[in-house]
Ligand binder design. Structure first.
Ligand code: UDX
Length: 467
């Protein structure tokens, strides 16, 4: 086992908390800092704050041992060799990333720098942020030889964050100085050497002793661009298949077959070609806008990104029209909605296309009964229950007496619902599926009128109509 390194992680959101816990898991001594004392208290008491597989086990294993939680950023800075900044970079009104949290943290770190430290930017930030951090620290009177700033973007997805972190496709280290690059290489050595995967209690995933993840060493600017370009490219793939799905609908073709045929080309690959109601979440919408804004500020034409955004916005409106065309009129209709989270297996509703669609249904005068396995609590804070909007305990209760069932999130549990029971609960057996969770032929056999994305509509098999 390589030497443990003392690491501070600033920010206990998705990226910060997962990184902190995973650094402890690969042997390091971690201090996780958050300026919200309630969050720190909750984490110290073992509450993970977010719904994420493996996080509770790892937190229980290392809490108050190899990982400490505190609000004291200065003390954490002084005690550690590497300081990871993982605070939020929300979208400003112009689409830029708002870097005020990053700047505030950089200034606070500067005040506590005593010996040589490596400051690592892990939040998704525009190119040149590393330079701004360096200047901010120097402006606070810190000698240049006391620190280096590197970029180490994180590619984890919500819902699979812990295994994504410990089994990454690649680790990108953007460092312009050797000492800093070496420290980052040492931090990730348990993964890149494969040592971690030899452990009997290692979190399972795609990497192994024989196939450990590669570490790509780049310049800081390249690393910053890699992160934005990767997210923008994935968002583009989704918008592309959504546009193709519209073409399939117009021609009675089947987008699943088209996506399979495209994805088998190794140059394209099958992932992120699932059509739906558009991408959402805390990253893609914000990062595409920020990347577009970076290009604009540099005087470059990257209109492709505006098109990606426009297709994404259209996709929600098209889905609303699909629901309207299935039900003739919307005012006064009772809709059962399955899914509020921006994707399955998470309780996150930030920029959730599902929540946006619920709001559109309400604005059209529908009443909605919604169910989500994990995101109801968060949605209720945003959209409280009312006469028009109710929350159900499970999918069948949501479906009770509804004019149609609308699927908005790709939760695995929705794909395995008892279709007969669902049909019996609904007033009319109409399912409009924004995530293509069901086989149209099977839905027809179970007596449903079934509309999905980019696939021919299916209608009840004759025997079930008469049944
Ligand atoms: C994303 C990136 O994948 C990750 O690398 C980065 O670190 C953070 O942003 P995340 O936001 O957790 O991760 O979700 P992801 O699984 O990428 O899905 C994003 C959105 O795209 C979701 O709304 C999802 O439903 C949608 N999506 C994804 C599709 O509509 N079709 C697809 O084929 C894939």
């Amino acid at each position: 086992m390589s030497q443990p390194i003392r690491i501070a992680v600033i920010g206990s959101g998705y990226v910060g908390l997962v990184a902190a816990v995973c650094f402890a898991e690969i042997g390091h001594e971690v201090i996780c800092v958050d300026n919200d004392p309630r969050k720190v208290d909750a984490l110290q008491a073992g509450d993970t704050l977010i719904h994420e597989e493996f996080l509770p086990q790892l937190l229980a294993r290392y809490r108050n041992g190899r990982i400490q939680f505190t609000t004291d950023l200065g003390a954490a800075t002084r005690a550690c060799d590497a300081i990871f900044i993982a605070v939020g970079t929300p979208q400003s009104e112009t689409g830029d990333a708002d870097l005020s949290y990053v700047e505030a943290v950089a200034c606070e770190i500067a005040r506590s720098l005593n010996t040589y430290k490596v400051i690592v930017e892990k939040s998704t930030v525009p190119v040149y942020t590393n330079e701004w951090i360096r200047r901010a620290i120097e402006r606070n009177g810190v000698a240049r030889e006391l620190f280096d700033v590197v970029s180490n973007p994180e590619f984890l997805r919500e819902g699979t964050a812990v295994s994504d972190f410990l089994h990454p496709d690649r680790i990108v280290v953007g460092a312009d100085q050797e000492a800093a690059a070496n420290l980052l290489a040492a931090i990730y050595a348990p993964l890149t050497t494969g040592a971690y995967y030899q452990r009997a209690d290692a979190i399972p995933g795609g990497c192994s002793v024989a196939a450990p993840p590669p570490l790509l060493h780049t310049s800081t600017k390249s690393a910053e661009i890699i992160k934005h370009a990767s997210n923008a490219f994935l968002a583009m793939k989704i918008s592309f298949i959504n546009a193709v799905s519209n073409l399939c609908e117009a021609t009675d073709a089947n987008v699943e077959q088209v996506a399979r045929g495209m994805g088998l080309d190794a140059r394209i690959g099958p992932r992120f070609l699932r059509p739906g109601i558009g991408y959402g979440g805390s990253c893609f919408p914000k990062d595409v806008a920020a990347f577009r804004s970076v290009a604009e500020q540099l005087g470059l034409n990257f209109n492709l990104l505006a098109e990606v955004e426009s297709i994404n916005a259209q996709q929600k409106k098209r889905f609303l029209s699909k629901v309207r065309s299935a039900l003739w009129t919307l005012r006064g209709k009772r809709l059962a909605v399955l899914g509020l989270a921006f994707k399955g297996e998470t309780d996150d509703i930030r920029d959730s296309p599902a929540v946006e669609l619920v709001q559109m249904f309400l604005a059209e005068g529908c009443s909605v009964t919604a169910y989500d396995p994990a995101a109801i609590k968060r949605t209720q804070q945003h959209l409280p229950a009312s006469d028009q909007l109710r929350y159900a305990e499970d999918a069948y209760a949501a479906a009770e007496d509804a004019d149609a069932l609308i699927v908005l999130t790709d939760w695995a549990e929705f794909a395995t619902l008892d279709l007969t029971r669902l049909n019996n609960a609904l007033r009319y057996p109409i399912v409009i599926d924004g995530r293509n969770l069901y086989d149209p032929a099977k839905m027809a056999e179970h007596g449903f009128t079934y509309l999905s994305i980019g696939r021919p509509a299916a209608y009840p098999a004759r025997s079930s109509v008469t049944a």
